[in-house]
Design a protein around this ligand. Sequence first.
Ligand SMILES: [Zn+2]
Length: 506
Amino acid sequence: MSYAKTISVGLVGVTGHLVEVEADLSIGLPGMVLSGLPDTALSEARDRVRAAIVNSGQKWPNRRITVNLLPAALPKFGSGFDLSIAVALMAGAGELPLAPLIGVALLGELGLDGTVRPIRGVLPMVVAAARAGVSRIVVPLANAGEAALVPGVRVRAVDCLHRLVAFVRDGAALADPPADPPAPPRDGPDLADVAGQALGRRAIEVAAAGAHHIALLGPPGAGKTMLAERLPSILPELDDESALEVTALHSIAGALPPCAPLLRRPPFQAPHHTATIPSLVGGGSGLARPGAISLAHRGVLFLDEAPEFNGRALEALRQPLETGRVLLSRTRGGTEYPARVQLVLAANPCPCAKPGGDLSCECTPLARRRYQGRLSGPLLDRIDMQVTLTPLRAAELMSAGGAGESSAAVGERVAKARAAANARWAGHGWRANADVPGPVLRREPWRLPRAQTTRLRSWLDSGALSARGFDRILRLAWTIADLDGRDRPDMGDVDEAASLRTGEAR
Ligand SMILES: [Zn+2]
């Protein structure tokens, strides 16, 4: 036999596609040609495959070798085809009976010594294989845990090429994925740690309930970061589909631990203000790495000290925030990653950032305006809530007794509010109040009685409130009503919404 074929999986964005690997060996000048639109990493595969075969004690065929990856038009990234290339090649040379591997997808990078090394993106690859009808799959040992998350697929793991050869020739055992159910993920920080801070706690709860983007303003020590970090702890768990999607993105980033459990909690990403644009939105050579905004998909993206971010970096986030998707360059076959996040911005009122706030500030009024101006425009435009927090006073700390309500208790109210909003908007395709366009809330049947909006309309007329600001207050009022179990917002809900919008304490 001088021809053999194996199957593997390639990724474009989060979508996997079956790839057929053909090897043909003919009489002629010894050498190896790889074809099928491989990127540079794939041409390096030639050297790895050769060394791995020889160093596993196998014979390298001294013939003219052609390896072809199909479909040719599919862009192929990464090193995950090594194992399937090596097996096709040895089988084509007549060194390996292929029968035990018919219909089995092979994933893995080869080390020069023949070890099978972990690759990024195994979870979405196995999902794609299963959808394409592949029911058996061989993966690197370190990826076995995430591969086993996909139902309906028999996963076997290998640590070296030699072991796979022994399995095919002699029926030697391959490793099973770890049998123990993975430990539940460690719980993140809890809202119970936040003492006092009634306004901040309420703001975070309302943000969670309506999926509103929020800006937390205030001097250092006002608890902005503490509150932001605890937002995921009060958001509902991810449903099956979202959990798989989120875990797949972390798999592509290579950010899953070996015993990967399905990520059930909404993720939290807090990129530093010096973060590069690729680390925020994605990029890099080979299989593009998802950026922070995609790793925060279905969770929270927290930009601490937001005015310190590079203007171009903030601009790069604008489009993904609008569409919920990141589109990376066309040279990558239009790689697209989901990026539906809840945004939390935190900002000091000025560049000097004195803990005492305005009283001890040494900045000129112009410097303060400039600093705050960096956030204006497209990003701030999408934010429903701007809340100004003040540092906790000793009296507040003592009277609060040190402990606040727990995330579990707050999360229960949030879940009820989300269910109410979901039921109301389900027919329109919106999931949460933050998704509802302003004009809808100003029309029947959702328009509020005139008496409830008198004050807002007078602000609007005097120029103290913009039309967008008006809509934001309406959205927030609906969320507050949902939280408190009312069918429609009442006067008090509108008042509270207005105070959360403008950041003034009630
Ligand atoms: Zn200052």
